[in-house]
Design a protein around this ligand. Structure first.
Ligand code: IPM
Ligand code: MG
Length: 350
């Protein structure tokens, strides 16, 4: 088991360190090597996804990533922004399937801004296409036209790209409540009419899964109105970016949510759904649980170690039940701890 660890920027190094401790505590035979990505890579190597990191990532079975970005690099030209490192590694490793679960832990029900009865028991999986769409479409840029600047990007999906993410979503639904909602904007965008047509076609291979369709604006509304109607949602790169942030905040705590980005084999990149939180970086107060849960997803999806994955997930549930809380999920009456103490608690629970 070869794992490439890319702590990144902001709180990335702190939270990744805790996930690494948890992985090591399992006593499995694994090799870990660290590399640079994002802003720290720009500083050290002049590029957000340096060649040494590419090599490490390509040779590893799985990548554990913290977070990238921060105000320090905001004024950089586009190709030197930390985000470019993240987009670069996703494309480079062909990580087209992004799985973002949004689960409400009963102990954290009060953390949501929605009424408890609306979110109690929430368990949604968003399957987001990650290497296509307007994120990567050509042509793109800003050009001069009739004496003014015109900005343009291209939303584009090939049939094969839609089909492969569709299959991942149908398979995921099959292992859950067997309901899949495909999100598009077919009333306006041809590209997403094709998306819908292909999903309908794919459904023939999955008669046990109930497929529905929703326009993205309605999906955004339904997510706050009645989120429990959803089991698995599948959508393109940009709609998925937006809807997954929305879904994560239904749980009140983006600091709890892991993610997996997979290729068509077993390789995956595992990272928390949240960002680099520069405002609290280096203070030892960040919530490491999303990263620890991402490590659990790694054991499940890349290494097929379901039992070990569940062990970690149960340890996380246990520390919540014991009352341990980092600042982002703290409420009066619970035990406020820092990043490292939270890691200690998970290790003890393991
Ligand atoms: C995400 C992030 C990234 C994205 C950014 C940092 C490039 O928002 O993983 O959701 O837009 O995909
Ligand atoms: Mg996002």
């Amino acid at each position: 088991m070869k794992i490439c660890v890319l702590p990144g920027d902001g709180i990335g190094p702190e939270i990744t360190a805790e996930a690494v401790r948890v992985l090591k505590a399992l006593g499995l035979k694994m090799e870990m090597e660290e590399g640079l990505i994002g802003g720290c890579a720009v500083d050290a190597a002049g590029t957000p996804y340096p060649e040494a990191t590419q090599k490490l990532a390509r040779e590893a079975d799985a990548v554990l990533l913290g977070a990238v970005g921060g105000p320090k690099w905001d004024s950089q030209p586009r190709e030197l922004r930390p985000e470019r490192g993240l987009l670069g590694i996703r494309k480079d490793l062909n990580l087209f399937a992004n799985l973002r679960p949004a689960i409400l832990y009963p102990e954290l029900a009060n953390a949501s801004t929605l009424k408890p009865e609306v979110v109690a028991g929430l368990d949604i999986l968003i399957v987001r296409e990650l290497t296509g769409d307007i994120y990567f479409g050509q042509p793109r840029g800003v050009r001069e036209e009739n004496g003014e600047r015109v900005g343009f990007n291209t939303m584009v999906y090939s049939e094969s790209e839609i089909r492969r993410i569709g299959r991942v979503a149908f398979e995921a639904a099959r292992k859950r409540d067997k309901r899949l909602c495909s999100v598009d904007k077919m009333n306006v965008l041809e590209c997403t009419q094709l998306w819908r047509d292909i999903m309908i076609d794919l459904a023939k291979d999955y008669p046990d899964v109930e497929l529905s369709h929703m326009l993205v604006d309605n999906a955004a509304m339904q997510l706050v109105k009645a989120p429990k109607q959803f089991d698995v949602m599948v959508t393109g790169n940009m709609f998925g970016d937006i809807l997954s942030d929305e879904a994560s905040m239904l749980t009140g705590s983006i600091g709890m949510l892991p993610s997996a980005s997979l290729d068509d084999k077993q390789k995956g990149l595992y990272e928390p759904s949240h960002g680099s939180a520069p405002d609290i970086a280096g203070k030892g107060v960040a919530n490491p649980l999303a990263t620890i849960l991402s490590a659990a997803m790694m054991l499940r999806y890349t290494f097929g170690l379901e039992e070990q994955a569940v062990r970690i997930e149960n340890a996380v549930k246990k520390v919540l039940a014991q009352g341990f809380r980092t600042g982002d999920i703290y409420e009066p009456g619970t035990n406020r701890v820092g990043t490292k103490q939270m890691g200690d608690a998970v290790l003890a629970a393991l």
